[in-house]
Design a protein around this ligand. Structure first.
Ligand code: SAM
Length: 353
């Protein structure tokens, strides 16, 4: 059976992906998932036979998408696994920069070895699958599954006795090896690779650089929700550092800053003329509010609907599980036909001139 594997992406839409896809027009053929994250929505859309284009600014998310959405057939075989885990751990980029920052020195040396070995795999799809699996292992070993926790807290929570006394959970999985977690998830990830006979494609860019380049019937927008816990660079930037062997920089246009959130949304909506239908996920604890977003969207379309349902985000490490109402804005781009025929006319003029 085809099944989305355990990705455990903060802010994912796994539980409501079917509900969102149920709202898509039946005759839509192509979808652009502009903030694809862990690809839960893209995976459901691919399963339903849409041709899916994904994008995310984080490189690790490009690899998840390349492995599960663009890739239709490549899996990791035993010889690939032997290669990834061959040789001796050594002191490389992770050891030099992140020993006792996120992992113990010996663990950093293992990561350095696996990173070098993944580079030797014989296809880009295999590399992406391997990165997705190493990511899963890194996340499992990390208290709260994100990389904005300080070392003292990490050591404390990886102390199984302490964890048991304080939280009645040993969290032994934090102390199992990267290899253990990689192998434990291997079949699930391999089995998640499938072919929907479409030319799916993964991109890795700031969304503002791509909107004029890609065309699709639907664009799905699931940006970080401003005003909630949404620092994706803080959560996962470390994995990009591991992949690139470089200290990567926080990205601009990150939807964190409330002061520029409205401007950023306005700018985003003004660039969506290539898409006939826009679907935007948002919730009731974020900024701007539903009504502010509605009035912003009304500038661009006279056909905007909002539907809602309950959805609980589980953010480990926070005292309260956040309860919220999830909104789905459905916008028909009422200017779509006009813009396209204007463009076609322009093309004809340019060719005739
Ligand atoms: C709410 S998450 C998406 C979750 C995804 N729908 C899922 O189900 O896993 C938002 C994503 O937007 C990405 N992002 C933030 N700013 C971006 C930008 N300017 N361009 C592209 N992606 C961006 C983040 O890296 C993050 O993965």
């Amino acid at each position: 059976m085809i099944k989305y594997p355990k990705v455990n992406y903060i802010g994912n839409k796994e539980k409501i992906a079917k509900w969102i896809c149920d709202q898509f027009p039946k005759n839509a053929e192509t979808l652009f998932d502009a903030f694809s994250g862990g690809c839960s929505l893209s995976y459901e859309a691919k399963f339903r036979g849409l041709e899916v284009y994904t994008n995310d600014i984080l490189e690790i998310n490009y690899h998840i998408a390349n492995a599960l959405i663009e890739n239709n057939e490549t899996i990791l075989k035993q010889e690939d696994i032997d290669l990834i885990f061959s040789g001796k751990p050594f002191e490389g980029f992770m050891f030099n920069n992140y020993s006792e920052v996120y992992f113990f020195p010996e663990e950093c040396k293992e990561l350095d070895l696996y990173r070098a070995n993944i580079e030797k795999l014989d296809s880009e799809e295999k590399k992406s699958l391997a990165f997705a699996l190493i990511r899963r292992a890194m996340i499992r070993k990390m208290p709260y599954s994100r990389f904005n926790i300080n070392w003292e807290k990490i050591v404390q929570l990886r102390d199984e006795e302490y964890s048991y006394e304080k939280y009645k959970r040993r969290r032994a999985y934090h102390n199992q090896s990267f290899k253990f977690h990689f192998l434990k998830n291997l079949d699930e990830y391999n089995n998640a690779v499938f072919n929907n006979n479409k030319n799916n494609k993964a991109y890795n860019d700031d969304i503002f650089n791509l909107l004029e380049e890609i065309e699709a019937d639907i664009i799905y927008l699931d940006p970080p929700y401003t005003g909630t816990m949404n620092n994706y660079f803080g959560f996962y930037g470390l994995i990009d550092d591991f992949i690139t062997s470089n200290k990567t920089k926080p990205f601009e246009n990150n939807f964190i800053n409330k002061k520029i959130a409205v401007e950023l949304f306005d700018n985003l909506f003004s660039k969506l003329s290539n898409f006939k239908f826009w679907y935007l996920s948002y919730n009731n604890t974020s900024y701007p509010s539903k009504d502010e977003l509605l009035s912003l969207l009304n500038k661009y379309s006279s056909n905007v609907q909002v539907i809602e349902r309950k959805h609980i985000y589980k953010i480990t490490g926070k005292e309260k599980k956040e309860k919220n109402k999830e909104f789905l804005f459905i916008i028909e781009n009422t200017n779509y036909g006009n813009i396209r025929s204007d463009r076609a006319r322009q093309d004809v003029c340019e060719t005739t001139n």
